[in-house]
Design a binder for this molecule. Structure first.
Ligand SMILES: [Zn+2]
Length: 420
């Protein structure tokens, strides 16, 4: 068998013939020719036999490694004159537009990134993390289930911060499947408007309930004409408890600022480790953290009272209480928070009173509890890994290819394009 024939079979790239194989130090460069006489626009798929000019465009793509060899595909491409996109280098059937990697290579990386940490991915496939980010953006663009926005009846809207508050993502999940179906950079009303635009009026009207955080931005979007006007707006327990944690964090920061002004900086330093023992659930504390928490309890004061309030709020939703019971406990919590005189908790009491109907609706409809919390925990882990990416869109892509409606098909799992 000739080397070119062997490599055509080995690489299994669609729509090409192999014209040359060149072994270089540590890599094999395989030159291919496109079989199709027609050219297609990489942007829109427009097909034509006409070339824009006769100048060849030398292009190359990295393909899956062959043993320890790096495999490179090389081709002279033609230029096409697309009536819409103008003069472009033609698209190829084995790689996504604008990529320097074959689709097989990208599919592998797209799946690896969902299951492996950064160091392992970069070492195994020999690309940097930023490149990984760009690859999964392309995998997201082509791989998500096109029907993901159908049959969406109970939806959840969430915001997550990427790079510690420098940038935000809005994510929409389908409560029935527990998967994210939509995402975009931003966290305001206009961001969620884009979701409803994509959903269209008919599918938007079919949404019966929508859960969200207690801020005004998402509700405002949901209530606009043509959006989810008929949906019951739910403020799910996850977001209510999260608001309690945020109030506690504000009190803690205030106390910490006061301590830093003291002449004895030892107290402040010891106090710094208190953050996690306050924010974690009591059952998840390490021995050291439990000891710190006992010290805070002995010292008493605002910090301990704030902690007790946060825990009381969490306890309301910890058991499967009825809507009526939750209503009573919630009102009791609000009076306590109000009486505490601590500003973040007074504000929280006000918010909860205003959002009472929506909170109780979430309890009544059982919208987004454990599953929602689990989904959010996984998002936070992904966000941490996405820290080194160049853009919020790459972070979004990592979330969507991991927790979105996507079926990862690895190169050896798809049908061979050439039969031996
Ligand atoms: Zn085009």
């Amino acid at each position: 068998m000739r080397a070119t024939t062997a490599f055509k079979r080995l690489m299994d790239l669609p729509g090409v013939t192999v014209s040359d194989v060149d072994f270089q130090p540590a890599r094999v460069v395989v030159t291919v020719k496109l079989s199709s006489r027609k050219l297609h626009c990489p942007e829109c798929g427009f097909l034509t036999k006409a070339r824009y000019d006769t100048r060849p465009v030398s292009s190359s793509w990295r393909h899956l490694d062959l043993g320890r060899w790096r495999l490179e595909v090389q081709a002279d491409l033609r230029r096409i004159a697309c009536p819409v996109h103008g003069a472009r280098t033609e698209g190829v059937p084995f790689a996504r537009p604008g990529s320097r990697f074959t689709a097989d290579f990208e599919d592998l990386v797209g799946w690896l990134a969902t299951t492996m940490d950064k160091t392992a991915v970069c070492r195994l496939v020999r690309i940097d993390w930023d490149t990984t980010g760009r690859i999964i953006e392309r995998v997201m663009a082509t791989g998500l289930d096109p029907k993901r926005l159908d049959n969406l009846f109970v939806a959840g809207a969430d915001e997550v911060s990427w790079r510690k508050g420098h940038s935000y993502l809005t994510l929409v999940s389908n409560n029935d499947t527990g998967r994210f179906v939509w995402g975009k950079e931003g966290k305001d009303t206009a961001t969620l408007d884009c979701f409803f635009d994509e959903l269209g009026e008919k599918r938007s009207a079919a949404i019966t309930a929508m859960s969200m955080d207690m801020g005004p931005a998402f509700e405002k979007s949901a209530r606009k004409p043509g959006h989810a006007t008929k949906a019951v707006i739910c403020f799910d327990p996850f977001h209510v408890v999260q608001a309690g944690t945020q109030a506690l964090e504000k009190v803690r920061r205030g106390v910490w600022q006061d301590l830093r002004k003291l002449p004895d900086q030892d107290v402040a330093r010891r106090f710094k480790g208190a953050r996690w023992c306050l924010l974690k659930n009591p059952g998840d504390l390490t021995d050291d953290q439990a000891a710190t928490l006992r010290k805070i309890k002995r010292r008493g004061g605002d910090l301990w009272r704030a902690y007790a309030l946060k825990e009381a709020l969490r306890a309301i939703f910890a058991d499967d209480l009825s809507e009526d019971d939750v209503a009573i406990l919630l009102d009791r919590f609000c009076s306590r928070a109000q009486r505490s005189g601590m500003k973040p908790f007074v504000t929280l009491a006000k918010t909860i009173r205003k959002r009472r109907e929506g909170i109780l609706a979430a309890v009544r409809l059982g919208v987004n509890n454990a599953r929602h919390e689990g989904l959010n925990r996984r998002v936070r882990l992904i966000i941490n890994r996405a820290y080194g990416f160049h853009s919020a869109n790459a972070a979004l892509a990592l979330i969507m290819v991991t927790l979105g409606p996507i079926e990862h098909v690895l190169p050896h799992e798809r049908r061979p394009t050439t039969d031996p």
